[in-house]
Design a protein around this ligand. Structure first.
Ligand code: UT7
Length: 329
């Protein structure tokens, strides 16, 4: 007997209410709406309130996804939270989410760090765990409070990132939204290109070195740009080939929302019109692991994804990591 077919039974998203526009940022650092929009496609991003955490945003998105799937917290037996901004280094954000939602103690709950590819990594992991038959319903969540690790004096990074969360419920397929495949990659030779310094065991303990590295994002943007285009094209081509699909069979691509110029380059290389790519980064910026599930939920609810469509998810991120997944709705 083969593995049971697994589907996305529901989707949900949460974005904090506070909007930070490019004009707002231009009052804080030496930048402009014109520079940010032309170079990235971003107009504004959401910023979590002081009382909001990665886990509270994750739980809010998860509640919407569970309602969409028509299941309750009692049905969940696996929670995976993809994040680079956990509430704390320990315990896992997934355990906080479990507590917020009242998911039973029989559930396995853990975090996963694959940066901006985190949601696809978590989706593939949950798909495999459900495919084993030992788990029935999973919450797969991408959630970030990147405003807590952005250096607000660094114009090369602070204009790019935003906060938010997206979630899906995975469970036994009933004929729709079936996961067809996923591919994961990592290129650890490029760990230095995008990092959050501080807070890890490879830096001096802050109690011994209060002047040590700050817990801030640092990035070599131009290098990442080039590699990201190559990696996302490779991840897309590999999975299409594996499933014997020509690119034009993809009705909707949900790419990681980092930079519109990266998305446009992939559209050209895959020879797929730009209107097949769902884009909401103008309103949310780069929300790392949250970006794909946030966009996926919006694409579904706006009617951009229709029954029978084959959707390609494709991401890249720090690590560097990259990956792709195919879903037939
Ligand atoms: O999820 C993965 C996250 N990482 C990424 O997605 C990063 C991918 N990379 C990018 O998206 C782009 O490389 C950036 C948007 C980060 C930068 O765009 P760019 O076209 O590669 O610009 P650049 O880094 O080559 O900088 C061009 C100029 C520089 O000035 P000079 O040296 O030419 O005088 C920068 O100092 O733009 C300057 N600059 C800015 N100017 C105004 C950099 N940031 C800003 C800013 N406002 N915010």
């Amino acid at each position: 007997m083969g593995s049971p077919a697994i589907a996305i039974l529901g989707t949900g998203a949460y974005a904090p209410a506070k909007i930070l526009t490019n004009e707002d940022l231009a009052k804080q650092v030496d930048t402009s709406d014109e520079w940010i929009f032309t170079r990235t496609g971003i107009r504004e991003r959401r910023i979590a309130g002081a009382d909001e955490t990665t886990s509270s945003m994750a739980a809010a998105a998860a509640r919407v996804a569970m309602a969409d799937a028509g299941i309750t917290a009692a049905d969940i037996d696996l929670i995976i939270v993809a994040t680079v901004t956990p509430d704390l280094p320990m315990p896992s954000t997934a355990c906080f989410v479990q507590n917020h939602l009242g998911v039973p103690v029989s559930a396995a709950c853990f975090d996963l760090n694959a940066a901006c590819s985190g949601f696809i990594y978590a989706l593939d992991t949950a798909w495999a765990m459900l495919g084993s038959g030992r788990y029935r319903h999973a919450l797969v969540i991408g959630a970030e409070k990147l405003s807590s690790v952005v250096d607000w004096t660094d114009r090369t990074t602070c204009v790019l990132f935003g906060d938010g969360a997206g979630a899906v419920v995975l469970g036994p397929a009933k004929g729709t939204a079936q996961i067809l495949g996923a591919r994961l990659y990592a290129e650890g030779t490029h760990t230095n290109l995008l990092c959050i310094g501080g807070g890890g065991s490879n830096v001096p303990n802050p109690s011994a070195n209060p002047e040590g590295p700050q817990r801030h994002i640092t990035m070599k943007g131009r290098e990442i740009f080039k590699i990201a285009v190559r990696e996302m094209e490779e991840a897309a081509r590999d999975i299409l080939k594996q499933h014997g699909l020509e690119a034009d069979r993809i009705a909707c691509v949900i790419p990681h929302q980092a930079n519109l110029r990266i998305i446009d380059a992939i559209s050209q290389y895959l020879n797929l019109p730009a209107d097949r790519f769902f884009v909401n980064l103008d309103r949310y910026g780069n929300t790392s692991a949250a970006s794909i599930p946030l966009a996926l939920d919006e694409a579904r609810r706006s009617g951009r994804i229709k029954a029978g469509d084959t959707t390609l998810l494709v991401a890249f991120g720090a690590g560097l990591t990259y990956g792709s997944a195919l879903v037939r709705w």
